[in-house]
Design a protein around this ligand. Structure first.
Ligand code: DC
Length: 237
């Protein structure tokens, strides 16, 4: 059995994927790969270069000439993710409201997905990864040793996003956030290419009434059952 397994974590916006993926990676000393951040970086580049998000040809050409790197900075016992777009740190910029509002159509473009999926597979080559996204268990890593599909009610997901933004002093209307999440859910699950979908062999975890610690501990337990071992040493790339 492999001890540095691949963990695929999928689910809709606000289901707690990134917090949980980070927590699981930290406990196992694995690398966390945030694929949503990669789609966000491509969207940022399109917006900055005035490339219309509904122009698949231009977006595909652009992504072929784009470099995205994820790196991790140790801060105490935390590992902070930095996203680099063509050598520039865009970790903050990709979380902005404009990127969030435009990322779904960009992520629906086949040429964009092809390029990013290839990068993601390469990143996971050596195992010892927790990768989160929408199509990890179905498309990127169909052979992953553990697949988890996280869900939560739309009201709870909206509340979490709202709290997250409030913590960053961004004032937004909860109803507006819920509406945006519903829109993204619809778009992400109904697009033609690699829609958000639970892999048949993914474990379904409804996090509505669970704390993040409970979810993390549960996934770590599943990972250990699938052969993961808690690694010591550095997980940085
Ligand atoms: O998880 P997130 O909110 O950062 O993701 C941003 C967008 O990217 C989301 O609307 C769906 C898309 N996405 C995707 O299509 N496939 C992935 N593997 C990850 C994200």
């Amino acid at each position: 059995m492999v001890s540095r397994i691949r963990i695929a974590l999928d689910g809709p916006a606000g289901s707690g994927k990134s917090t949980v993926a980070k927590g699981v990676a930290q406990k196992l000393n694995y690398i966390y790969i945030d694929t949503g951040a990669m789609y966000r970086a491509v969207t940022l580049k399109a917006l900055e270069n005035h490339i219309p998000v509904d122009d698949p040809e231009k977006l595909t050409r652009m992504v072929q000439d784009t470099e995205i790197d994820l790196s991790y900075e140790r801060k105490g016992d935390q590992s902070v993710l930095h996203v680099f777009l063509d050598g520039r740190d865009v970790s903050e910029a990709i979380r902005g409201l404009e990127v969030t509002a435009n990322v779904s159509p960009v992520a629906a473009v086949a040429g964009v997905r092809q390029a990013l999926v290839a990068m993601q597979r390469k990143m996971a080559e050596k195992g010892g990864v927790v990768m989160d996204g929408r199509d990890i268990g179905t498309v990127v890593l169909p052979q992953a040793e553990l697949k988890v599909f996280l869900t939560a009610s739309v009201a709870e997901r909206g509340r979490r996003r709202w709290l997250e933004l409030r913590e960053k002093n961004i004032e937004v209307d909860l109803a507006e956030i819920i509406e945006q999440i519903e829109k993204r859910d619809y778009y992400d699950s109904h697009r033609e290419v690699d829609p958000l979908r639970r892999a048949e062999d993914a474990v379904l975890v409804d996090t509505t009434d669970m704390t993040k610690e409970e979810v993390i501990d549960y996934i770590v337990k599943l990972a250990l059952e699938r052969g993961a071992r808690i690694e010591t040493g550095c997980s940085d790339t």
